[in-house]
Design a binder for this molecule. Structure first.
Ligand code: GLP
Length: 260
């Protein structure tokens, strides 16, 4: 795992945007896996700025989102569809037919999940999967106890996660109980995973993900088995890492060709 610790979320988001932009420049038909939540907002703002000011071209790019709430229409203000159009797709030149987000209203959930997996395969697999992390260590919506080789499927949210997103739904009682999410096996098939985490609230999940045992109880820890993972953290999210000084030293002594 490559751990990049930066002064704040602004600097960290710029680094993450450079990593994504490099992929898109090197591979105009890149496939991006996308996350929602507060964490990637600045990264998305940077990508929009690069598109406007530097001509970063997304016309050949295909996107797959990690997850969506079950039973929430795409137009609902707290759906991940709404989030993605408000913060990213509405401002980039991604072709509409190459945008994929799980359908939370589908009548046949198992079939829709199989179709989603098939669509990822047909697109050639995900080049860069952007990830945030839940306070309980979940990635996508793979809650603790998720199978480490799971595929896209329905999941039931934990109370901790429902509380974390309660504000967006005007209270915990209105948060959907079920979601569709790429599985941990789906995420592990990506060629690169780029996980962002900011703030003290994420410090424990990050320490367990990076330095704890690989366990379904901390779904992010499966990334220890992935050959190409970059974690971009601010100081607070890195504050419980035992080897933080070593990771910083590694970053400072990288050969020029390895820098972002
Ligand atoms: C939700 C999303 C995850 C995201 C997590 C953290 O659970 N499904 O993809 O990483 O929230 O959200 P935030 O970045 O707002 O802390």
């Amino acid at each position: 795992m490559e751990i990049i610790i930066q002064a704040d979320s602004q600097e960290a988001s710029q680094t993450a945007a450079r990593i994504v932009a490099r992929t898109v420049r090197e591979k105009p038909h890149a496939v991006l896996g996308l996350a929602t939540g507060n964490t990637p907002l600045r990264l998305y703002r940077n990508l929009v700025r690069m598109h406007r000011e530097e001509g970063l071209d997304f016309s050949g790019v295909t996107c797959f989102n990690l997850d969506e709430y079950v039973g929430i229409p795409p137009a609902h203000p707290s759906s991940f569809h709404s989030y993605m159009w408000a913060h990213l797709f509405g401002h980039l030149n991604v072709a509409k037919e190459r945008i994929n987000i799980p359908d939370g209203l589908t009548a046949d959930i198992p079939a829709a999940c199989r179709k989603y997996e098939q669509a990822i395969r047909s697109a050639g697999g995900i080049d860069v999967q952007i990830l945030g992390i839940g306070t309980n260590g979940h990635i996508g919506f793979n809650e603790p106890s998720s199978s480490l080789s799971s595929r896209t499927r329905i999941k039931t949210l934990t109370e901790e996660t429902r509380l974390d997103v309660a504000a967006a739904f005007g209270g915990e009682e209105s948060v959907p109980t079920h979601v569709l999410t790429m599985g941990l096996g789906t995420i592990m098939d990506s060629r690169m995973c780029l996980l962002l985490a900011f703030g003290k609230k994420k410090a424990r999940a990050i320490a367990q993900t990076v330095e704890g045992p690989v366990t379904a109880m901390v779904p992010g820890s499966v990334l220890q088995m992935h050959p190409r993972v970059i974690l971009v953290l601010d100081k607070d999210a890195a504050s419980e890492l035992k080897m933080a000084d070593y990771y910083a030293w590694v970053s400072d002594h990288k050969p020029a060709w390895q820098k972002y």
